[in-house]
Design a protein around this ligand. Structure first.
Ligand SMILES: NC(=O)c1ccc[n+]([C@@H]2O[C@H](COP(=O)([O-])OP(=O)(O)OC[C@H]3O[C@@H](n4cnc5c(N)ncnc54)[C@H](O)[C@@H]3O)[C@@H](O)[C@H]2O)c1
Ligand SMILES: O=C(O)C(=O)C[C@@H](O)[C@H](O)[C@H](O)COP(=O)(O)O
Ligand SMILES: [Zn+2]
Length: 361
């Protein structure tokens, strides 16, 4: 077990990474201030891990659980309402703690519920997917989707602690493992060139779920993300690099219907689009593009736009991106491998060219 910190002054918190954390009260109880907790999870994760977690809360006061339906399609205001219903029916007060047990969908929704319930209660992240361990549980972006755009309703709200139990990754389906690796690769691309090289060498181990390689990747991504978030908690500048590939990826998720493309898959294809655009703009050469494509291929991730999705579909969906400023699209592009920046001066023709290279119709 080891620990790192997200340094945010009074909102600082630890990320604990290790094995057998679930169900061990020493990791959880110090971060619970009141006498009530509500564990929010879903119908896939509950049968796998809920009992283990509850074992560690056996001597605790009031413990309620809420098992939600599974899937990105349920990351909605309606589902959020179910969390509030449960909290109110069970008389949870302002000193309650919400515990998110699951992937990014559960984490984002539970965090948002915690931000809103009685104007803010504590919450804990227990991420059980690779994607949630390397990305969504850290940094305090919480929220739900809207039919017109991803994560459009939400809040910045930090957890009290993140407990990443590596043992949970053993039950993760292969497709979800790959989706998580997309965000892992993102860190190499945007801010950590040595890690990109490490990934080129160790991708077969990650895909084979080698526990040491996975723990190293989780730790490295959390360190990279914690550093970016500490510098710019509410995305006024540098934090936007964490959105690399996401303007395209979110368009894919929304247009294809939430859940049809996994977030990590859409981000993978989106990162290829952003990479091709970076090449068209002269920042990187074809050799770098080939290395990025090869790494995504090794992780069995998509690089092509979904069939039938048009350039017009992208432009329409991308127009609601949260980074749009004064009606102007702002895209995260590569300055070089391992270094990203936000650009607001991309000519429309270059954007269309990159989309077409990636198969947009
Ligand atoms: N807040 C952030 O900073 C941030 C960052 C990245 C992604 N996200 C969001 O996170 C979501 C994607 O997260 P995700 O990839 O974890 O998806 P997810 O939460 O839908 O989980 C993926 C699937 O794996 C199942 N699952 C979870 N843990 C499991 C386990 N240990 N064993 C077996 N099955 C398990 C889930 O039930 C689900 O079916 C998206 O909504 C995305 O927008 C948020
Ligand atoms: O933490 C961040 O900042 C990110 O952008 C991480 C992304 O991987 C994540 O998908 C995030 O939810 C996207 O943010 P959004 O502001 O574009 O909804
Ligand atoms: Zn993401």
């Amino acid at each position: 077990m080891h620990c790192l910190n997200v340094e945010l002054g009074e909102r600082s918190y630890p990320i604990v990474i290790g094995s057998q954390l679930l169900g061990d009260p020493q990791y959880l109880l110090p971060y619970i201030r009141g006498k009530q907790v509500c564990v929010v999870t879903n119908e896939t994760v509950a049968p796998l891990y809920l009992e283990r977690l509850l074992g560690g809360l056996a001597d605790f006061g009031q413990v309620d659980t809420l098992v939600l339906p599974d899937g990105e399609a349920f990351k909605t205001l309606d589902t959020l309402e179910r969390i509030f219903d449960c909290l109110l029916e069970k008389r949870h007060n302002r000193s309650t703690t919400l515990i998110a047990l699951g992937g990014g969908v559960i984490g984002d929704m539970t965090g948002f519920a915690a931000a809103c319930y009685q104007r803010g209660v504590d919450f804990v992240q227990i991420p059980t997917t690779l994607l949630a361990q390397v990305d969504s549980s850290v940094g305090g972006k919480t929220g739900v989707n809207h039919s017109l755009g991803k994560n459009m309703i939400g809040a910045f709200y930090q957890p009290r602690v993140v407990l990443a139990d590596m043992d949970t990754l053993t039950t993760l389906p292969d497709r979800e493992l790959s989706a998580g690796i997309a965000e892992v690769i993102k860190y190499g691309l945007i801010c950590d060139a040595p890690f990109f090289s490490w990934l080129e060498e160790h991708m077969p181990k990650l895909m084979a779920r080698d526990s040491q390689a996975l723990a190293y990747a989780v730790d490295r991504c959390c360190r990279d993300k914690a550093a970016v978030v500490a510098e710019d908690e509410r995305e006024s500048a540098r934090r936007a690099i964490l959105n690399f590939g996401h303007t395209f990826g979110h368009a894919i998720e929304a247009v294809q219907g939430y859940g049809n493309w996994l977030h990590g898959e859409a981000v993978a294809a989106g990162m290829v689009m952003a990479t091709e655009l970076s090449r068209i703009r002269g920042a990187i050469d074809g050799e770098v593009v080939a290395r990025i494509r090869a790494l995504l291929a090794a992780a069995q991730l998509p690089q092509e736009s979904p069939r039938g999705m048009t350039v017009g579909d992208y432009l329409e969906a991308m127009a609601v991106d949260k980074k749009v400023l004064d009606g102007r699209l702002r895209l995260v592009l590569l300055r070089s491998l391992g270094d990203a920046q936000i650009c607001d001066d991309t000519p429309l023709e270059q954007l269309k060219e990159a989309l077409k290279i990636c198969g947009a119709e």
